[in-house]
Ligand binder design. Sequence first.
Ligand SMILES: Nc1ncnc2c1ncn2[C@@H]1O[C@H](COP(=O)(O)OP(=O)(O)OP(=O)(O)O)[C@@H](O)[C@H]1O
Ligand SMILES: [Mg+2]
Length: 499
Amino acid sequence: MLLQMRQITKTYGTLNANSNVDFSLRQGEIHALVGENGAGKTTLMRILYGMEQPTEGLIQLNGKEVQFMNPTDAIAHRIGMVHQHFMLFPSFTVAENIVIGNEPKAGLTFDRKTAVKQVEALCATYRLPIDPNKKVADIPLGMQQRVEILKVLYQGADIIILDEPTGVLTPLEAKELLVIMRSLANQGKSFIIITHKLHEVMEIADRVTVLRDGKVTGTLEASATNVEELSKLMVGRDLLESARRDVQVGKTVLQVKDLSLHGDKGKPVLDRVNLHIKAGEIVGIAGISGNGQSELIQAITGLLPIEQGVIQLLGENITGRSVREIREIGLSHVPEDRYQWGAAKEGTVLDNGTMGHHQTRSRSGLLQGKELRQMVDRFIQQFQIKAGSQETQVKYLSGGNLQKLIVAREIAQNQPFLIAAEPTRGVDIGAMELIHEELLRKRDEQGAILLVSSELTEILKLSDRILVMYEGRIAGELSAEQATEEQISLWMAGGVSDA
Ligand SMILES: Nc1ncnc2c1ncn2[C@@H]1O[C@H](COP(=O)(O)OP(=O)(O)OP(=O)(O)O)[C@@H](O)[C@H]1O
Ligand SMILES: [Mg+2]
């Protein structure tokens, strides 16, 4: 066995993030690690990568015990990790990002020419083409991830840990990644992949280990299991199935007219976008990310100035208004990038759970300290958020648990209009069902919801109407009854049809 983690326990205060975990990896294997939010997946991998020390237990490489005090130790033992959130420098080139920390030098200065040559050779060896001279900020997310992988390969890794690598990728990019992993595994590399997408597990993994509440509930050959069995091992209970119910739509809540916006390169990012959303309906926007969805949301929420067009919320013209004014008129927003916009990382669960709620009125006036605490308690119970206490800083929450806190907070704002951008990114299947149920409930209560998601299944399941965005334009619109995956995919890829 290439790697064995034996009886790993990791304690934070009174919480056992990992309890007596046994985990192994064969050479050339792709081993998936799955489990609910907060099950301890990232913790186990941070231990393997030397970012944390286990409270108990040991790690063996090729049968010999090793101890990693930090990632440098792990890298020296040919272990590399690509984190849940990318850690690249956007203003540096691809080559610079790959060699950083191990830069080739000419005398005392950075030898750019050699760096580019080395990166080109690396790309050739592993058949992962990329332009080393491009700025990272200018390449799509799928390519940025390739840079992360190349960086780990440059450091000499034979064991590569990927923490939710497909979360931010388009379906096509995700497929490509799986192909790359298999090809590298055939060349002798070994992978550990954390994912919430069980179909990916079935597609790519040789073996799969399931964690629940910090304990292993099973290690199985992927060929001998299925999605149902894995869900059961993960969740330990049956999932609720939510479905759309019939509801009467009301008055128009959001109206976007002829919205246009140009990027810095003169190309339109938004090109005469028209759309409306009524009370009691979910309008889903499908599209490959980067086709104007983010800019549309930023324009509606007041984060991006509008060049042309009008946006009305509840009949009021909100064009040019500030984020705060628009929120006060009636908007709540689950942002796409929760780390940039959604959360104050140094703040506590209480701080983050109540952001924007201080103006909320209860029967006795503005919400006060005790009521705010009770509200956050409700969030924690309803969404089964693993948070320690309300005083825990959210930087200690697992990725999915922070996402659930933000979704709960925004839905609870009780605003007439909600923008939900990638609302289930990074959450486990049980939490996904819960969030879907809450969005549908809000809609049933005459809420108007703009849902932006790169998961087509999510769009199809929740939306009453579906708009497809392509290159800044609305390429097509379908009602829930008319919608088919084929038609949407065609429009998403820029195809035209007469449907
Ligand atoms: N430094 C820390 N201090 C306190 N608690 C922590 C710390 N790091 C992690 N935890 C807790 O340990 C538990 C496991 O977290 P971990 O990040 O490993 O979960 P995960 O399985 O990766 O979940 P997700 O799918 O949401 O990313 C969580 O309850 C988390 O809040
Ligand atoms: Mg995690």
